[in-house]
Write a protein that binds this ligand. Sequence first.
Ligand code: PEP
Length: 249
Amino acid sequence: MKARNPIIIANWKLNGDIDLLCKSVASFIRKYFKADVVVCPPYIYLREMLSFLQYSSVAIGSQNVSKFESGAYTGETSAQMLKEAGCKYCLIGHSERRSMFRENNQSCNIKVKSALDSELKPVLCIGENAEERDAGVTRDVLFRQLSEGLEGIEFNGDDILVAYEPVWAIGTGNAASADNAEEVHCFIRKEIKALFGRDVAEKVRILYGGSVNKTNAALLLEQKNIDGLLVGGASLDPSHFMEICQVAD
Ligand code: PEP
């Protein structure tokens, strides 16, 4: 029995269509998981997905959120709009957003605050890239992403989640080993304890993401400090994703 309820999040990225949406919701009908299961499809599918998920415990989340509340920001979607669309969670600072859309710790910080103001649970994504890993600065990078991303935030432990996603493992088929991921998760929990105190550190759920599949999911989830998984590629195959959810359940 895990100390914290496991959570599995699917990140479809810019993938999927109505056909995938139908197959995916069909696999969830009348599935009531003990673990939290969340799907983050592209924005355009959120409402439709939710409408089909009423006979299931699966929740929806967004892959991003605007740092603005409203106004002349063409193409943006606010936290309040996501809340109204039925989202419970919202990914913030995914490495693809950081590397391709110039997001940084400061914009992530604003987004985390905005999500919390709208009662969405932010999932703050952090992780080092291959150069940073090779230069031996993984811990410095993670500490900055955590401390700056969560600066000035009142954190009670279960309102924010952290996803450790080493950039070198995302979409490469080269997942971190369970031992390596556990060691980093332990470090992240220790830093959260230093920043926010023991209670918060004991409650916060820290997910691992990066080439998770049905073969490595069990071993990753067995680790004491790995409380869940963020799944990209493997979540685009409903039966594969279901197998990962069942491992957590
Ligand atoms: C992700 O995009 O968050 C991710 C973990 O992708 P993948 O599982 O494909 O590595």
